[in-house]
Ligand binder design. Structure first.
Ligand code: NAD
Ligand code: DAU
Length: 396
């Protein structure tokens, strides 16, 4: 039986990963280590922590003694590190906690894992590791910086399901898009304190891979959306505000582009990389789904109006009249400092080497996500703790 240490498992992507793993594997043990910051919530994994295959430990990935004890006690085979400070706006306000958690936390996990996994020394002087152990660092496309405004033909890539599968399988076609996208060979060029901290973490992971030959992978994913997404990020924030009849703050002129991936497709990719990824390799994970922020917000407005019109029971949730849910809610506000213009991933490597491709059509994924928020208003209320409210009072 494999034992997984999943850090940040009470957050958005980590919790979706745990749900995926428990559903798909019977014979596993998952140890969740999470500090339960403002972004982590036990309500998100309330069913999972009752599962006999799961242990939850509240604690900090920087705490060496704690992580050491976890390794002694549970004999960890895999570390999947989701734990991080993840919100760019917060990193602009307060960079230091990003460096502490994202860089030093990562280094601590690597160090402890290394010390437990080494079983000897080879003739070449490099450590020999236990068989079938691995450290996986969950990273981001933001480490590559920002793609230019010159190529904003995002529309070319809005494909239906079958087209998507065909294009991902067609390596040659993908290569023609290559230069306009981030590949694993794109030089690191982080531009926000958040992305600088994630790039630093990636570099320390690769340093352990080179120096100590530690078995690692890094995954670099584009923007996720889906259930349990904390309502400070664009999509859940807009859903929450629309339901409340509040103005929708779009930074700058709303033309910045992100590449959106349904979270369930992302966690499947992580599982595949952990099982099949070549040691020491980096894999980009993207949705082939670029869109301008303004179009995302319009789509959410349209989808909510449609769903609520069709299903009257949802109208009770609205804190506004249905007619007021329209594009007039959009308000252009001061731009994010150093706002990266465009992110777009080329996931050819993971598609061709490991057989993963994004499965969820964006419109369907957004509708599913909106319905999830409509059905889980108690979760939204619970997660919006004092810390979150204080932060938003400062910003707006
Ligand atoms: P999140 O903010 O929703 O969750 C982060 C979790 O980490 C929370 O549960 C929090 O309590 C925990 N945590 C924070 N500091 C900790 C510490 N010092 N010790 C232990 N736990 C701590 O983040 P997310 O959106 O789920 O992102 C997960 C990972 O994926 C992050 O590393 C992020 O950089 C990366 N990522 C996110 C996206 C995205 O679109 N959300 C895309 C690509 C990569
Ligand atoms: O690309 C992957 C990254 O995606 C992850 O590494 C980060 O952890 C994750 O937070 C996300 O970063 P972004 O900065 O792209 O996501 P965010 O949801 O904060 O913003 C998405 C876009 O929407 C961005 O261009 C800023 C804009 N925006 C955001 C908010 C919160 C607005 O216009 N208004 C808003 O209120």
């Amino acid at each position: 039986m494999k034992v997984y240490l999943v850090t940040g498992g009470a957050g958005f992507i980590g919790s979706n990963y745990i749900k995926y793993m428990l559903k798909n594997y019977k014979d596993i043990k998952i140890i969740i280590l999470d500090k339960l910051t403002y972004a982590g919530n036990l309500g998100t994994i309330k069913d999972e922590i009752k599962d006999p295959r799961v242990e939850f430990i509240k604690g900090d990935i920087k705490n060496k003694d704690l992580v050491n004890n976890i390794f002694y006690r549970y004999n960890i085979d895999y570390v999947v590190n989701f734990a991080a400070e993840s919100h760019v706006d917060r990193s602009i306000e307060n960079p230091q906690v990003f460096l502490k958690t994202n860089v030093l936390g990562t280094q601590n996990l690597l160090d402890v894992a290394k010390s437990h996994w080494i079983i000897g020394e080879g003739r070449d002087g490099y450590p020999i590791y236990k068989e079938k152990v691995k450290y996986l660092q969950v990273s981001t496309d933001e480490v590559y910086g920002s793609l230019s405004k010159d190529y904003d033909r995002a529309k070319e890539l809005v494909l239906d399901d079958q087209e998507l599968k065909n294009i991902v399988k067609d390596r040659v076609e993908l290569k023609t898009y290559g230069k306009r996208f981030f590949t694993e060979d794109t030089p690191l060029d982080p531009r926000s304190p958040y992305s600088a901290s994630k790039a630093s973490a990636d570099m320390i992971v690769m340093a352990y891979a080179e120096t100590y030959k530690m078995p690692v992978n890094i995954t670099r994913c584009s923007n996720n959306y889906g259930p349990f997404h904390f309502p400070e990020k664009l999509i859940p924030l807009m859903i929450k505000k629309i339901l409340g009849g509040d103005k929708l703050p779009l930074y700058g002129d709303g033309t910045n582009v992100r590449d959106w991936l349904y979270v369930k497709d992302h966690v499947k990719a992580i599982d595949i990389v952990l099982n099949k990824g070549s040691i020491g390799e980096i894999y980009n994970i993207g949705g082939f789904n670029e869109e301008m922020n303004i179009n995302i917000v319009k789509l959410i407005i349209d989808s909510i109006s449609k769903i609520v019109k069709e299903e009257v029971d949802y109208q009770e949730i609205l804190n506004t009249n249905l007619e007021k849910i329209n594009y007039d809610l959009i308000t252009f506000v001061k731009d994010r400092l150093g706002h990266d213009h465009r992110y777009a991933i080329n996931p050819t490597k993971i598609a061709t080497e490991l057989g993963w491709y994004p499965e969820t059509n964006f419109k369907a994924g957004i509708e599913r996500t909106i319905r999830w928020y409509l059905d889980n208003q108690d979760w939204v209320k619970e997660i919006i703790s004092g810390d979150y409210c204080e932060y938003y009072q400062e910003i707006y």
